[in-house]
Ligand binder design. Sequence first.
Ligand code: G1P
Length: 289
Amino acid sequence: MKVRKAVIPAAGLGTRMLPATKTVPKEMLPMVDKPVIQYIIEEAVEAGIEDILIVTNRAKSAMDDYFDYYPELETRLNQAGKDRELHEVRRAADLANIFYVRQKETKGLGHAIWRAKRFVGDEPFAVLLGDDVMRAKKPVIGQLIEAAEKYEASAVGVQHVATEAISKYCSLKVEPLEERIFRTTDMVEKPRPEQIFSNYAILGRYVLSSAIFDILEDLEPGYGGEIQLTDGLKKLCQKEKMVAVDFEGHRYDTGNLRGFLEATIDFAMEHPETGAWLKEFVRAKAKTL
Ligand code: G1P
């Protein structure tokens, strides 16, 4: 079982990051020197993914433009001897085979994933949520692919979440299989306190069997009146094997201001151009607080 394809749902309205996201898609906001979505695509590519489908909407055409060539700009950079910039601009466009489909109505994450049915066909595929940026030694989606291959199962990426926070996510029923890997047989989206199975919640990464599409097609709206991916996964894990991987790495929710700032600061501290300077700046600033 080789996972070659990934789907990135990126059709949300970005209401948690207004007013910036009124005209700039939240996935295109710059984090240090790259848009958020590039971090996600790079993670997929590093894990061996070749074809990527981005599920967009009518306000997101800046994404297609970003991953395209831009001959006038490239010629100008070339003439000016700006080799590093030229290399980076080209590299973004050559990262992967990127495809797009629009989610014509905002009907939820499950509905966005269902739009990938034709692209995926009959093979296992990865899902990387457009807001969830990971900082990890080994790509998080690669950790899931490994587990999915080993157990011949679907795999979801989980972490232990505080009880006060779990109602923002989902909660999984889990039984240990080995260190950091569980079997999962039930789950609930945005649980109320009495519905919590465990403190393990899915955080933005999935490797799914194509059987999810038929399930999503018939799914009734769930939490918030939307077609929820978690409701589809609940059915999938009762029909086929699914494992939950307690992945190694830090997850940032870049769809909200705090998560976006945390990620920006952490990535800037590691960036060769800004790292040393930013650490010095923060140290000096801290003294004045
Ligand atoms: C989505 C999923 C939820 C998951 C969360 C974090 O929720 O529906 O199951 O835990 O992402 O990846 P949302 O953030 O869209 O409310």
